[in-house]
Design a protein around this ligand. Structure first.
Ligand SMILES: Nc1ncnc2c1ncn2[C@@H]1O[C@H](COP(=O)(O)OP(=O)(O)OP(=O)(O)O)[C@@H](O)[C@H]1O
Length: 358
């Protein structure tokens, strides 16, 4: 094994904290006189791995490559499926419920950016707007006014395609003021229908934007949707944190694992000097995560760009893919995917390393 190959397998994947030798399902390195092609098969999508490596790790590999071009080709193989309960979900590997105890904390904004970030990491992603009383995904994804296709004589809907995501929402089906008068069981029925009667197809992650709160409707929905894990979105204010606690407790009650917490509007970075102002308190999300022994998956700033981008129908990870904000969403997306893998796998498979020299 060359020094390059030896260094490569010892590199610690930054999101999981595990060395590539432990994490990867397969590593193949093909060295020619001018290039080194590294092919990694990972148990979750991770196409931004090279950008996330520390400068030191990148320099070490570049130094050992001795002038050869390094090329990373990262694919993933997720060994999971939601279950047989609904035929429409048979090819869906994971369902992620994005939830918040309190309204207005940025749950939908986080859900769309998280879904798009998973897609940018290489996953096939669908998005279901379960926020029956206040569907906002059509607006946030710039596809308001569209209607899912309904082939003649069929009852299965062809979902909307937006920024590469497969999307369905009650917002595509009824006028905005119709849903607000539905009673709880009716709302839950509509959600079941969206899940059951949409052609979701082959999908790694179906991200569900849940309604805010932890009342009966949310509890029913958490039971109806075959959720792999929930992601709790909160802001750092005490009131939001108290509600986030209720959200975690609700999922625990229905035996849905909580993948972790995302703190939104965590801080504000001064546009002049970059100083971080913790307007709503510091480390609230982390304290809740620690309390329930779940990870803090990410912390997103209060940033006008985030709000402007979703208002314009092109969320930040698509509008500004190279920005620090997009990187933060992608980090949170990979951290979520890693937690789903951890929850699904008893023990990491030993890596198969295939090294070939031309
Ligand atoms: N990090 C952020 N920085 C700036 N603005 C944000 C951020 N996150 C969300 N927003 C803005 O805050 C408002 C509420 O966001 P969003 O609709 O995502 O919240 P929500 O929790 O899903 O609300 P609801 O409870 O109504 O479903 C939106 O105008 C959105 O653009």
């Amino acid at each position: 094994m060359s020094d390059f190959q030896n260094a490569l397998i010892q590199i610690v994947e930054p999101v999981s904290g595990l060395p590539l030798a432990e994490l990867c399902l397969a590593i193949e390195v093909v060295e020619t006189s001018t290039s080194i092609d590294v092919q990694l098969v990972m148990p979750f999508p991770n196409q931004g791995l090279w950008q996330r490596l520390s400068a030191q790790d990148q320099q070490t590999l570049e130094h050992l490559a001795a002038g050869k071009t390094i090329h990373f080709d990262i694919s993933h193989d997720i060994d999971a499926k939601v279950g047989e309960r609904l035929p429409s979900l048979q090819k869906v590997k994971h369902i992620i419920a994005v939830s918040s105890g309190k309204g207005g904390v940025g749950k939908s904004t986080t859900a769309v950016n998280l879904a798009l970030a998973l897609q940018q990491e290489g996953a096939k992603v669908a998005l279901l707007d379960a926020d029956i009383y206040g569907p906002s995904l059509p607006l946030m994804l710039g596809c308001e006014g569209q209607t899912p296709g309904l082939p003649d004589g069929q009852k299965m809907m062809i979902p909307i395609s937006a920024h590469g995501l497969v999307v369905n929402s009650v917002g595509f089906l009824v006028a905005a003021d119709t849903a607000t008068v539905w009673r709880g069981p009716m709302a839950a029925g509509v959600l079941q229908q969206l899940l059951r009667d949409t052609i979701w197809g082959e999908v790694d992650y179906l991200v569900v934007d849940m309604p805010p709160g932890t009342g009966d409707i949310q509890l029913t929905l958490a039971q109806v949707v075959p959720v792999s894990a929930a992601v709790i979105v909160t802001t750092p204010q005490t009131i939001a944190l108290a509600d986030a606690v209720k959200g975690i407790a609700m999922y625990q009650k229905v035996d849905v694992p909580v993948a972790g917490v995302i703190e939104n509007m965590s801080f504000h970075a001064c546009t002049n000097c970059g100083h971080h102002d913790y307007l709503f308190g510091k480390d609230g999300g982390k304290r809740i995560a620690d309390l329930y022994d779940v990870p803090l998956l990410g912390a997103l700033p209060l940033d006008r760009q985030i709000g402007d981008d979703v208002d314009a129908g092109t969320p930040t990870v698509v509008a500004q893919p190279d920005s620090l904000l997009a990187q933060s969403y992608r980090h949170a997306a990979v951290a979520t995917a890693f937690q789903l893998w951890l929850g699904n796998s008893e023990q990491p498979e030993p890596v198969a390393i295939d090294i070939s020299d031309d």
